[in-house]
Design a protein around this ligand. Structure first.
Ligand SMILES: *[C@@H]1O[C@H](CO)[C@@H](O)[C@H](O)[C@H]1NC(C)=O
Ligand SMILES: *[C@@H]1O[C@H](CO)[C@@H](O)[C@H](O)[C@H]1NC(C)=O
Ligand SMILES: *[C@@H]1O[C@H](CO)[C@@H](O)[C@H](O)[C@H]1NC(C)=O
Ligand SMILES: *[C@@H]1O[C@H](CO)[C@@H](O)[C@H](O)[C@H]1NC(C)=O
Length: 359
């Protein structure tokens, strides 16, 4: 939008001033009128054709997306616009792959999958904390798969999948420190946040997400909402302090210079496939209507930037998993790697946007 307006103004200036400049060169008035008319027609035709030439309109809107804070905000809101494609592999199995929606406003944001080198550059020197349940663990696994090579991954996978435990990795080579905190309940997240505050040490990137344990063991949506508001309160009490975060971490990180609070994320709950859940208790308590009630509470807690201007950017595992489809999950709850991988790239692109970096 902004690009088109700016382009229009540019065109008007060209039409007006080029012939005036020519007049200064002693062109006759008739020649000048002719030249002005011809220029006007050319540019008008050009402007009207622009929308039909995708590369030009993408170019124009990408200029505007780089320059205006509004478009930066709108690109943040398009981050979760992922589409899935089917790839047949053999008679029974099929694999789905993802990409950002290639249609107009989303494509203009220029989102991209980061390769290992770019991801390491971006995260170099950063302290990343991911806290939550098994979804958060799968998310960490995807992140490590991106930044580590396969030999390094083997050891990691063993440690990371010790059930219900924390995991810490300091990767000197890539200059990155990663903590996975086993925090299946909302109160665990609040405790974690208070811990940062007490220690006066704050991560550069924070990813949190809970809900399924509460749904299974407490099964009370309004109580979930109450707890989320507590999480939000402790998060907000942290924010003024976060400017000084992680100054004791030795590397000069690229992410650490970001303005707060843009690099805090909420890892959304996956879309549950009730018929595939593996216990009767789960099938009963984690019903469609209960899931919807929990999502409503999340919205109403105003924890999310996308829904009510909260502090956390949503990594929408809910829509990613639902669009990937039922075939992407065995147990109706944990999804194929591709879903979490998409979540990682959404997060990295968000970090790129807020740090105004372009790989
Ligand atoms: C494909 O499905 C058939 C029948 O469902 C099964 O017998 C066969 O083992 C499957 N093949 C593979 C490669 O999974
Ligand atoms: C990370 O940053 C440090 C210091 O700026 C640099 O020495 C190191 O090579 C970087 N590592 C990577 C993988 O970019
Ligand atoms: C998480 O919170 C629950 C419920 O408040 C508590 O029982 C549990 O010990 C906590 N777990 C951790 C790892 O702090
Ligand atoms: C659900 O949680 C709310 C808020 O914590 C509480 O007031 C209410 O009594 C709970 N409902 C049930 C059925 O336990």
């Amino acid at each position: 939008m902004v690009g088109a307006v700016q382009f229009g103004i540019l065109v008007a200036c060209v039409v007006l001033f080029v012939p005036m400049g020519m007049a200064g060169w002693h062109l006759s008035r008739n020649k000048m009128l002719f030249f002005s008319g011809a220029l006007f027609i050319t540019l008008a035709v050009g402007v009207h054709l622009t929308p039909y030439i995708p590369s030009v309109s993408v170019f124009l809107s990408s200029i505007s997306s780089l320059s205006s804070p509004d478009s930066q905000e709108s690109c943040l809101s398009f981050l979760n616009d992922i589409v899935w494609e089917e790839h047949e592999r053999g008679p029974n199995s099929s694999r789905r792959s993802w990409n950002w929606d290639r249609s107009s406003p989303v494509a203009a944001c220029g989102f991209q999958r980061l390769g290992r080198a770019d991801a390491c550059d971006l995260l170099n020197g950063s302290w990343i904390v991911v806290a939550g349940d098994s979804q958060a663990r799968l998310f960490v696994l995807s992140l490590l798969k991106l930044v580590l090579d396969s030999a390094e991954m083997e050891g990691v996978q063993r440690d990371l999948f010790k059930r219900h435990s924390d995991y810490r990795m300091v990767d000197e080579e890539h200059g990155m420190k990663l903590d996975f905190i086993w925090a299946p309940y909302e109160s665990n997240l609040t405790d974690l946040l208070l811990g940062f505050r007490a220690a006066r040490r704050y991560p550069d990137v924070l990813v949190m997400g809970t809900g399924m344990w509460h749904m299974l063991h407490v099964n009370n949506a309004s109580d979930y909402g109450r707890l989320l508001r507590t999480v939000k309160t402790s998060l907000l009490s942290l924010l003024p302090n976060m400017a000084e975060f992680s100054s004791d971490w030795p590397f000069a990180g690229s992410v650490s210079s970001l303005p707060q609070p843009s690099h805090m994320f909420w890892l959304g709950m996956p879309t549950l496939v009730n018929s595939k859940l593996n216990t009767e208790e789960k099938r009963e308590k984690m019903s469609q209507s209960m899931c919807e009630a929990y999502l409503r509470e999340l919205d109403e807690s105003q924890l999310l930037r996308q829904r009510g201007g909260g502090p956390l950017l949503l990594l929408d595992i809910g829509s990613l998993s639902s669009n990937c489809g039922e075939q992407c999950t065995e147990d109706g709850m944990h999804y194929d790697e591709a879903v979490y991988e998409a979540g990682i790239h959404i997060m990295l692109n968000a970090l790129l946007i807020v740090s105004h970096q372009h790989v």
